[in-house]
Design a protein around this ligand. Structure first.
Ligand SMILES: *[C@@H]1O[C@H](CO)[C@@H](O)[C@H](O)[C@H]1NC(C)=O
Length: 170
């Protein structure tokens, strides 16, 4: 009986803790995101990456297309439906390591073509080694390639949910 009680308590504790994001992060579909917007302090890709790491997080990456589409819906619902600079965020995908292949900086996984907006990546200015997350001018958000030294006020950091702990209960 006592054991069952402890197990139940522990499960409840896990349940409760499982919903925790680091302070200032927004929980969306079991991922934690921090939306950084600071017009006074524009950041190039490297600075955005550094500032995410300093918060114990990583610059935006997606583990699935579903995750990307969920975040896209969220940002659009918050009022962004253009590719204006205020509505464009750094993402971690880049081809700095190998020029013709994009990898997520955060997970080192290859970035599948389906994460890019139509017509992207296009290396338009000849030095587009980094990516941002922007509205595709039709209906949703996706990746586009841009020069890493481009500066924008906005980026998104992603952190895992704080891991559940049972220690201390028993
Ligand atoms: C982008 O264009 C530049 C200049 O033409 C070229 O050197 C570079 O290889 C291109 N990058 C990719 C990923 O194709």
């Amino acid at each position: 009986m006592k054991v069952i009680f402890l197990v139940l308590c522990c499960l409840l504790l896990i349940e409760e803790r499982a919903a925790e994001c680091p302070e200032g992060f927004t929980l969306i579909n079991s991922n934690c995101y921090w939306f950084r917007k600071d017009p006074e302090d524009k950041a190039n890709w490297f600075k955005a990456d550094m500032l995410c790491n300093r918060r114990g997080a990583r610059l935006l990456s997606f583990d699935s297309l579903e995750e990307m589409n969920t975040l896209s819906d969220y940002i659009i619902a918050e009022g962004c439906n253009t590719n204006s600079i205020e509505c464009t965020y750094w993402a971690s995908a880049n081809c700095l390591a190998q020029q013709d292949k994009f990898f997520w900086q955060s997970t080192h996984k290859r970035v599948k073509k389906q994460f890019f907006n139509k017509g992207e990546p296009n290396n338009l200015s000849g030095d587009e080694y980094c990516t941002d997350f922007r509205h595709d001018q039709e209906s949703k958000y996706g990746l586009g390639d841009v020069p890493c030294t481009w500066r924008t006020p906005n980026f998104i950091c992603k952190a895992p949910l704080k891991s559940a702990e049972c220690v201390g209960m028993v």
